[in-house]
Design a protein around this ligand. Structure first.
Ligand SMILES: C[S@@+](CC[C@H](N)C(=O)[O-])C[C@H]1O[C@@H](n2cnc3c(N)ncnc32)[C@H](O)[C@@H]1O
Length: 482
């Protein structure tokens, strides 16, 4: 599934089931086959029982449904929660499926359905519908389910897998519980609807629908690029969120060794000296908030050390705090720069897939990081602050979510002395707009002390820059709350 769909389901779980983790709940996921992603781990509570249902056997499928429109394998009124993502658009007679969902739910049971309202055709093996909120509401009412929430994600979420193209509609609804007799009457009505509709279906029904085996090819649409615009990576079909970018389309910021033994060169080779870059902070079992992962060498390194990493990048449309140098052709720069950052983000995606990483990538502004993303034990700002208009503000935003340690690594310039200062780097004559500051270790130590991290250690180390093979001096501040 695409990344935003996973997030939408996570929000449903948090909002509607978060307080029910101690209850014993049965959860059925319709169209659950893991084609690069599944919701199963969202339902991983000791007393919850998740069942993946699909029309075909496969990964993440516990129950194979023989008939997509009559689930004889599942008893009526037996399930607490039904969820489904990226499946209903592939079901020809989706209103019958709604009747089945309503039938198996217990009175009072909850349902969360995610369906695209946009995106290219992707036959799996058929692609029948895009559904807007009014359509979802109609389906719910048709099956006598009460709508609790329905909305389409029209705005940008900024996930790098191009989730936004699918414009997901999310419906949360409940099977009403108005007492035994009312419930029986409602079930009878549904049974009559179901019977008359199923009898009218053509015989081919058994072999068609989302839940049948995938067609051999899926449609991928390349967004046409005009010379003035930067091509976006082609969208991934739902159900295939982590479609791996081509290695050739990736630009690596970090030099990285691939599992086959091949080494791809980036701008920096942190491999031999990564422990110093991270201030030798033990990371096993810790929750880390990493700002600006670029190709993710540090992300995957920390994960391999046992950390649980959430990495944050800015949305593409607000890319970097470019220095407003007078007379500089910012539009041309943005076009080139955006293209190169797309390549770097693809390299993250590529490595994420290759390593089977569980690190989360959030694409958002730091001031919009929600409290539910944290708290984190450790915050990491590796070579980020020099690119920020207001380094203090960025440290403040990170500090808000970190309960223990902040690590900041920056280039070291011994000529700047001991004072807590930043030197402005851009010059009017220079055509350089992506780097703002050189700063002293003392500036970071003082800033973090002000922000509640008064216990700091500073170390200086050298990191290899690939373009000239130079070992460049850098410093790392490790500041703790206590
Ligand atoms: C030089 S790379 C550093 C990559 C990696 N952290 C490391 O230490 O090797 C800078 C990173 O900071 C991010 N970045 C740049 N400006 C930023 C800002 N204003 N706020 C947050 N992140 C920013 C970039 O997207 C990029 O991932």
């Amino acid at each position: 599934m695409h990344a935003s769909s996973y997030e939408e389901m996570r929000s449903f779980v948090q909002a509607h089931l978060g307080s029910r983790r101690e209850e014993s709940l049965t959860i059925h996921d319709l169209g659950s086959q893991d084609v690069n992603g599944a919701y199963r781990d969202l339902f991983d509570a000791p007393r919850w029982r998740y069942t993946g249902m699909d029309q075909v056997a496969g990964d993440n499928v516990d129950l194979v449904l023989k008939d997509p429109y009559a689930w004889r394998e599942v008893a009526s009124d037996s399930v607490d929660v039904v969820v489904s993502g990226q499946a209903l658009e592939h079901i020809r007679y989706v209103w019958i499926t709604m009747l089945e969902i309503a039938r198996i739910l217990k009175p009072g049971g909850l349902c969360c359905l995610i369906v695209p309202a946009g995106g290219p055709e992707h036959r799996y093996p058929v692609d029948c519908w895009r559904i807007y909120p009014d359509g979802m509401e109609s389906l719910a009412h048709f099956a006598q389910l009460d709508v609790l929430q329905v909305q389409t994600q029209w705005g940008a979420t900024g996930f790098i897998d191009n989730s936004d193209v699918w414009k997901d509609t999310v419906l949360v609804c409940r099977k009403p519980d108005h007492g035994f007799w009312w419930n029986r009457k409602s079930a009878l009505k549904r049974w009559i609807q179901h019977r008359s509709l199923v009898q009218g279906l053509p015989q081919e029904r058994l072999s068609l629908g989302a839940l049948a085996s995938p067609a051999p090819e899926t449609t991928t649409v390349a967004v046409p690029a005009s010379p003035a615009t930067v091509p976006e990576p082609a969208p991934n079909p739902p159900g295939n969120p982590r479609a791996v970018p081509d290695l050739a389309s990736c630009s690596f910021y970090h030099t990285t060794e691939l599992p086959g033994g091949e080494t791809v060169r980036g701008q920096w080779d942190l491999r031999p000296t990564v422990a110093a870059y991270l201030g030798h902070v033990p990371l096993a079992g810790r929750r880390v908030l990493e700002i600006g992962p670029a190709s993710g060498f540090l992300t995957f390194h920390m994960e391999a050390e046992g950390a649980q990493v959430t990495a944050v990048e800015l949305p593409m449309e607000h890319l970097w705090d470019a220095v407003p140098v007078a007379g500089f052709d910012m539009a041309a720069w943005r076009t080139d720069f955006t293209e190169s950052i797309h390549g770097v983000r693809r390299s993250f995606q590529y490595l994420h897939h290759l390593y089977g990483s569980r690190a989360r990538l959030v694409i958002d502004h730091l001031d919009r990081l929600s409290a539910t993303d944290g708290p984190f034990d450790v915050g990491l700002l590796g070579s980020v602050l020099l690119h920020c208009r207001s380094p203090f503000t960025v440290m403040e935003q990170v500090a808000r979510h970190v309960r223990d340690t902040v690590i900041v690594t920056e280039p070291y310039d011994a000529n700047l002395g001991e004072l807590p200062v930043c030197r402005l780097l851009p010059e009017p004559a220079q055509q350089q707009v992506d780097t703002w500051w050189a700063m002293t270790p003392s500036f970071i130590v003082h800033s973090l002390a002000v922000l509640g991290f008064p216990h700091a250690e500073v170390s200086v180390h050298h990191q290899k820059r690939e373009c000239d093979d130079l070992m460049v001096p850098m410093f790392t501040v490790v500041a703790r709350r206590a």
